[in-house]
Design a protein around this ligand. Structure first.
Ligand SMILES: NC(=O)N[C@@H](O)C(=O)O
Ligand code: NI
Length: 163
């Protein structure tokens, strides 16, 4: 089985696949009588001809090394994973070869970070690393086939980032 080492999530590395949401740096706006920093409009959301939905996911935590067996994509809309805890989680994406995924990349978020997959980005399903695996997920609600799954012919072992 081939293996892949997860990396610390960075905006630069993730930009082709989606957005990293966090409160690093100065806020875009100071609101609420100066008591709140607003990091404004930080994700490239896209729901096509559908509408935005907010769902809550209660997912089983996984351990590293993680056996990746499936990738998927949502051709009709973006999908955001927003943790409701202060725990890091595993984010897996893959380059696109048109009809199938190409090179796989694995990242571990920092506590307090959320991500948004661009419409059509190949990714691993929501993968918490700690309990509770409680997330808000913002994605497309609407008609049409918005889930394309790609079982890997050879699983990939995703290993922890190097210390
Ligand atoms: N299927 C579903 O609602 N979730 C997946 O798309 C996922 O990426 O976890
Ligand atoms: Ni998905």
């Amino acid at each position: 089985m081939s293996s892949l080492r997860a990396r610390t999530l960075t905006r630069n590395a993730f930009t082709p696949f989606g957005d990293v949401l966090d409160t690093r740096g100065a806020p875009d706006r100071i609101i609420n009588q100066g008591l709140c920093g607003r990091f404004h409009d930080r994700a490239r959301l896209d729901f096509g001809d559908g509408r935005a939905g907010i769902s809550l996911f209660d997912a089983e935590p996984r351990a590293l090394p993680y056996r990746l067996e499936l990738l998927e994509r949502h051709p009709l809309g973006s999908q955001a994973f927003i943790p409701m805890t202060f725990q890091p989680f595993l984010v897996i994406v893959a380059e696109d070869l048109g009809d199938r995924p190409g090179q796989v990349h694995a990242f571990v978020t920092a506590p307090g970070q959320a991500i948004n997959f661009l419409r059509g980005t190949w990714h691993g399903v929501l993968t918490p690393l700690h309990a509770p695996g409680l997330f808000a997920v913002i994605d497309r609600i609407g008609d049409g086939a918005n889930l394309e799954e790609y079982p890997l012919s050879k699983p990939i072992l995703v290993e922890a980032a190097e210390e």
